[in-house]
Design a protein around this ligand. Structure first.
Ligand code: MTE
Length: 320
């Protein structure tokens, strides 16, 4: 087995300096070095500076076999080239447009019903989290499905770090907002920014995962870098990408798709083959790659982990 040992001199500068200072110092030093050439200002400077991913050396991480599934993995090329990310276009071929997303500096804020409002740089957050790999099935509400190895950490660790108050009943997550980078956000008929939410019980469930990588590498931009939600018993639109804020609330949040079409996309969005979408059946799903159609499973096959969360809630629209 290959064991990677970091030597002392390989200690990243981020380990010694708080991340926001590290990045502003890097930019400043780069500006000094490039001054005579890039007299045109910081825009041109950033255009010319290749993007460095300080998290690349964290991957691959060990797989947690508790969550493996009886289904073949989807080919990487399919999972990374057929995406939903409306910020970059309302079609599936957004992967090259998504490369415009800048991943550093990237901060994540915890606010609302919390002990203290905090903001952390993504690399400081990653350093605090126990990373692992989990193979999960993913089921889009559009009835396509994939099975992929996510790297990241159980969401409960992030909740414990954020220290929500007992008054917190929900956690609302928000995607970045930058229409210059993400032209879809100029389409004013969508209720930007993209927002999604879970109950605290759902967020603390062992399946809820914050993914920061895919196929043993940092998360591709088109799949929601640098961090996204994976709650595999729910339809794909709940799996919010490129998160910048976790807000703990007393009230149930209204998510992006619920604001647009509440009759079609509700808050709960649990997978159920017997509850059709108003415009199509959910009885089967199409596997990305070979286009085989297979039966949809209740809670996407994760009932043993999550069914109890919904006991006594039969009056709610749990599957829409
Ligand atoms: N998150 C944001 N911010 N914007 C989006 O358009 N689409 C959702 C979800 N997360 C979306 C998002 C939908 S509908 C699906 S099916 C999944 O992302 C797709 O994830 P994938 O592209 O990694 O397969």
């Amino acid at each position: 087995m290959l064991i990677k040992i970091k030597r002392g001199w390989e200690l990243p500068e981020t380990a010694a300096v708080p991340e926001h200072l590290y990045w502003s110092r890097r930019s400043f030093l780069a500006a000094l070095a490039a001054g005579p050439i890039l007299a045109g200002g910081t825009d041109r400077l950033f255009a010319a500076t290749p993007e460095i991913d300080p998290s690349a050396s964290l991957y691959p991480v060990d797989r947690n076999d508790r969550y493996t599934v009886q289904r073949a993995l989807t080919a990487k090329v399919d999972a990374t080239s057929y995406n939903n990310f409306y910020e970059f276009g309302s079609h599936k071929e957004i992967s090259s447009a998504a490369q415009a997303l800048k991943l550093r500096p990237w901060t994540v804020t915890f606010d609302g019903e919390v002990e203290n409002v905090t903001t952390l740089g993504i690399d400081d957050l990653l350093a605090k989290m126990p990373l692992e790999e989990r193979v999960y099935r993913h089921r889009c509400v559009e009835a396509w499905a994939m099975t992929v190895p996510w790297s990241g950490f159980q969401m409960s660790h992030l909740i414990n770090l954020a220290q929500p108050l007992s008054s917190a009943k929900y956690v609302t997550m928000q995607t970045f907002m930058d229409p210059e980078v993400a032209p879809g956000q100029k389409q004013h008929w969508y209720p930007w920014p993209y927002v999604e939410g879970l109950t605290m019980a759902e967020a603390m469930n062992e399946l809820s995962f914050i993914a920061t990588g895919l196929y043993g590498k940092p998360m591709p931009k088109q799949n929601g870098a640098p961090l996204r939600l994976v709650a595999p018993w729910k339809y794909g639109f709940k799996q919010i990408k490129s998160i910048v804020r976790f807000t703990f609330t007393k009230e149930r949040p209204k998510s992006f798709w619920e604001k647009l079409a509440a009759r079609e996309y509700g808050f709960w969005a649990n997978v159920n083959p017997d509850v059709p979408h108003p415009r199509w059946s959910q009885a089967t799903e199409r596997l990305l790659g070979n286009d085989e159609r297979v039966p949809t499973q209740l809670f996407n096959g994760y009932g043993e982990f999550v069914a109890d969360l919904y006991k006594g809630m039969e009056k709610e629209r749990l599957f829409m």
